[in-house]
Ligand binder design. Structure first.
Ligand code: MIC
Ligand code: SF4
Length: 643
C-alpha cells in the first residue's frame, strides 16, 4: 500500500478504497479558523452536541485580526467562549496562522485532520492526512461524525536530486502547478516519494503540501521519517513521532518525476497560481510591494533566510516590504536571535503573526501596483486592489526583489542561505486557551455580540426547479469571485444577508441586484467552478439570493460538497458543448427533478425554455447526499434523520 491508502484504511468507517467511490473516514483532529469558524460553530451549536468527540480540536483566530470596528472582536469572543464550552482549544489572535501552529504544536503523523480551511493539507508535511472542508463538515466531525469524501486517486510525485543554490521548496510546488494546472489535482492525493524527499526539511515539505491546495487536490502528503522526528523533537514532542511510509513497491494511480537539481526560481503571474514561468523569463519588472509571510512561507527557516538576505541592506526606495512571521514561536525566536532587528534595520514593516495581506486584511497594493508575495493565491481582486497584479514566489526571490526594486533571480546572491533547523524551538503555548473540564460545559457561557447572526437554512427540494440564468461564467471561477473577502467584507462572515450584496460582483457588479429582482434563479459556469477557499459562504450567499442550481462543466471538490451540504444542485453537462448553447437570461427548467432524484437517477433533463432545447446533465449522488438535496441541506437532513 502507499501511505495514503494506509492512513485511509486505518480510518475507514464505510466504503471501499476504490477511486471515485464514496468513503467515510474517522477524524482524529479538527481545526477551524475565525473566518469560517463563526459559521462552523453556529452550525455545531445547532447540532446540540455538548463536547467534541475528536482527539483534539483547535479553534484558531488568525484571519480577521484587523479590528476596524466591533465586528471582528465580537467574532473572536464568540469563538473563544464557544470553544471553551465545548471542549475545543482556542488559539488566540497573535499566536499565529492556523496551519503553521497546527504543524508546530499539534499535528501527529498518521492522524487524520479535517479543517475548515483549504490549506489544512499543510499537515501533510509531517505525514498527516490533512483535508480541507466546509465548516459544516468540520462541525459534524467535531461531533464525532464521519467525514464523507470520494476516495481519491493517489499520485506518486517522485523527487530526485537536490535543490540548487537559490532554488526553494516553493519552486517545487510552482513547478508541479506549471505541469498539472489548478485543476490537475482534483480527486487526487499527491504523495511525495523518492530520494529527494530526504533532502527537504519539515517546513519545506509543509510549503509544498500547503500549496497543493492550488492544484485542487484532496490533500498532499510526505512520509514521516528521521527528518520528521528531528522536527518533532525540536518542538519538544518527539513522543508524537511514528515512522510512516509507503510499502516497498507500492503502486500509484499516476506518477510524476521531478528532478530537483534541474529546477530554477519560478513565479506565478497574475491572476492564477498555475500561470508559472521562470523568474528569468518574466524579467526585471518594477515592483511596488513585497509581502513575505502566509501559511505557505512563514516558518522560522524561511524567515531566517530572509533576514540573512536583508541584513545590513536597505529596501529599495520605491518598495514597501511587509513581513508577517507565521507564529508567535517564529516571531519570538527572531526577536531573540537578532534577525528581527536585521529585518527592521533594512526597512521591513513587521506584521503580527496572522494571515494579513494574503486575505486582503490590510496592505492592499496601490492602483495598478505590482506586488511580489510568498503566499499561495493571486486570484483577481483578492489583495483588495482590483487593478493590482500579484506575483507569487519563494521567500528568497521576494527578499532580493525587495532590495533591488525589480523582480530578481536569487541565484545572483553570494551569501550562505543554508539555515539548519534549530535543535529546539522556543515552546510557549500560553496563548492556547484550554476548554472547561468534562462535566463543566453547562457552567461556561457563550457570548454573542451583535455581529453574530443566524445562518440561512435551505428549503426542501420542490417537484420542479425553474429559473432564469442569472449569470454565465468562464472556467476557473474561484470562491473569491463568488463570496469576495477582504478587510471590508471579512468582518461580516456571520452576516450572510450583508455578504449577499457582494456575491459574484468581481464577475458582474449587477449580479446581486439582478438575483434579488428575479427572486433567484440558476447559474451556468465553465470548468473547475468554485476552486480555492473552503468558505461555505460561497454556497450560503447564493442560497440566500435564491440560487437553486449551478450547471457547470466541472466543480472544485470542496465547493461541490458545500453546495450539496446547503441543498443547491451541482449539475455537470454531459456534453460540454451544451454550455455554449445557453445564454444569460435564458429560462431553464429541471422538470420532475425531485421525483427523479427520489428514484435514484443521476442523469437529468435540463430544458432551455427560451431556446426550446434539452440538454443532459448529471449529478451522481450517494444516498446520504440524496437525502441532503431532498431536505435542503445537511442540517435539515441531520434533523430529519434523527427524528
Ligand atoms: C483562503 O486562503 O482563501 C482562506 C481565507 O484561508 C480560506 C478560508 C476562508 O475563506 O475563510 C480557505 O482557504 O479556505
Ligand atoms: Fe490565511 Fe492566506 Fe493561508 Fe488562507 S492562504 S489560511 S488566508 S495565510
Amino acid at each position: 500500500m502507499n501511505l495514503t491508502q494506509k492512513i485511509l484504511s486505518e480510518h475507514l468507517i464505510s466504503g471501499r478504497l476504490v477511486p471515485g467511490e464514496e468513503i467515510a473516514i474517522r477524524i482524529d483532529q479538527t481545526l477551524t479558523q475565525d473566518s469560517t469558524g463563526t459559521m462552523a460553530y453556529l452550525q455545531f451549536e445547532a447540532m446540540g452536541v455538548k463536547r467534541v468527540r475528536t482527539k483534539k480540536s483547535v479553534a484558531y483566530i488568525d484571519h480577521n485580526t484587523l479590528q476596524t470596528g466591533f465586528e471582528n472582536a465580537d467574532d473572536h469572543q464568540y469563538i473563544q467562549t464557544v470553544a471553551k464550552k465545548h471542549g475545543i482549544y482556542c488559539s488566540k489572535p497573535g499566536n499565529g496562522i492556523c496551519h503553521q501552529v497546527q504543524l508546530e504544536r499539534f499535528g501527529v503523523p498518521g492522524y487524520t485532520l479535517l479543517g475548515s480551511d483549504s490549506h489544512t493539507p499543510t499537515g501533510g508535511g509531517i505525514g498527516m492526512l490533512a483535508i480541507g472542508a466546509g465548516g459544516l463538515d468540520v462541525a459534524v466531525a467535531m461531533g464525532g461524525g464521519a467525514y464523507y469524501l470520494a476516495c481519491p486517486k493517489v499520485v506518486g510525485i517522485k523527487l530526485t536530486g537536490k535543490l540548487s543554490y537559490g532554488v526553494a521548496a516553493k519552486d517545487i510546488i510552482l513547478e508541479v502547478l506549471r505541469r498539472l494546472s489548478v485543476k490537475g489535482g482534483v480527486g487526487k492525493v499527491m504523495e511525495y516519494i523518492g530520494e529527494g524527499v530526504k533532502t527537504l526539511t519539515v517546513p519545506e515539505r509543509a510549503t509544498i503540501a500547503n500549496m497543493g491546495a492550488e492544484l485542487g487536490a484532496t490533500t498532499s502528503i510526505f512520509p514521516s521519517d528521521e527528518v520528521t522526528r528531528a522536527f518533532l523533537k525540536a518542538q519538544q514532542r518527539e513522543q508524537d513521532f511514528v515512522p510512516l511510509s509507503a510499502d516497498e513497491g507500492a503502486t500509484y494511480d499516476e506518477t510524476l518525476t521531478i528532478d530537483l537539481s534541474s529546477l530554477v526560481p519560478l513565479v506565478a503571474k497574475p491572476h492564477m497560481p498555475d500561470l508559472v514561468e521562470t523568474v528569468e523569463a518574466v524579467g526585471p519588472i518594477k515592483v511596488d510591494q513585497v509581502f513575505i509571510g502566509s501559511c505557505t512561507n512563514s516558518s522560522y527557516t524561511d524567515m531566517m533566510r530572509v533576514a540573512r538576505i536583508l541584513k545590513g541592506k536597505t529596501v529599495h526606495p520605491d518598495v514597501s516590504l511587509v513581513i508577517g512571521p507565521g507564529s508567535k514561536q517564529v516571531l519570538t525566536m527572531l526577536a531573540r536571535n537578532g534577525a528581527l532587528a536585521d529585518m527592521l534595520g533594512a526597512g521591513a514593516r513587521i506584521l503580527e503573526s496572522a494571515c494579513g495581506p494574503c486575505i486582503g486584511m490590510g496592505q492592499s497594493p496601490k492602483s495598478n501596483g505590482v506586488s511580489v508575495r510568498t503566499n499561495n493565491r493571486n486570484f483577481f481582486g483578492r489583495s483588495g486592489t482590483k487593478s493590482a497584479g500579484i506575483y507569487l514566489t519563494s521567500c528568497e526571490t521576494a527578499a532580493i526583489t525587495a532590495l533591488t526594486g525589480v523582480l530578481t533571480d536569487p541565484r545572483c546572491l553570494d551569501i550562505d542561505l543554508d539555515i539548519p533547523l534549530p535543535e529546539t524551538f522556543e515552546v510557549n503555548d500560553n496563548l492556547v486557551i484550554p476548554p472547561v473540564e468534562p462535566g463543566h460545559e453547562d457552567e461556561a457561557e457563550v457570548v454573542r455580540g451583535p455581529n453574530i447572526q443566524p445562518f440561512p437554512l435551505g428549503k426542501a427540494l420542490t417537484p420542479d426547479v425553474s429559473g432564469k440564468v442569472l449569470l454565465k461564467m468562464e472556467d476557473n471561477i474561484t470562491t473569491d469571485h463568488i463570496a469576495p473577502s477582504d478587510a471590508k467584507l471579512l468582518p461580516f462572515r456571520s452576516n450572510v444577508p450583508y455578504l449577499s450584496d457582494f456575491c459574484l460582483t468581481p464577475v458582474d457588479a449587477a449580479f446581486p441586484a439582478r438575483a434579488k429582482a428575479e427572486g433567484g434563479g440558476l447559474l451556468v459556469a465553465g470548468s473547475n467552478y468554485g476552486q480555492g477557499s473552503s468558505r461555505e459562504h460561497a454556497a450560503l450567499v447564493p442560497l440566500y439570493l435564491g440560487i437553486r442550481a449551478v450547471a457547470a462543466k466541472s466543480f472544485a471538490r470542496i465547493h461541490q460538497a458545500n453546495l450539496i451540504n446547503n441543498g443547491i444542485l451541482p449539475l455537470t453537462f454531459e456534453n460540454e458543448a451544451d454550455y455554449d448553447r445557453i445564454d444569460q437570461d435564458d429560462t431553464l427548467t429541471l422538470p420532475g427533478i425531485r421525483a427523479a432524484i427520489e428514484a435514484g437517477k443521476e442523469r437529468f433533463t435540463l430544458r432551455n425554455d427560451t431556446k426550446n432545447e434539452e440538454y443532459a446533465v448529471r449529478m451522481p449522488l450517494t444516498d446520504r447526499q440524496r437525502g441532503m438535496i431532498l431536505c435542503g441541506g445537511l442540517l435539515n437532513f441531520t434533523r430529519e434523520s434523527s427524528k
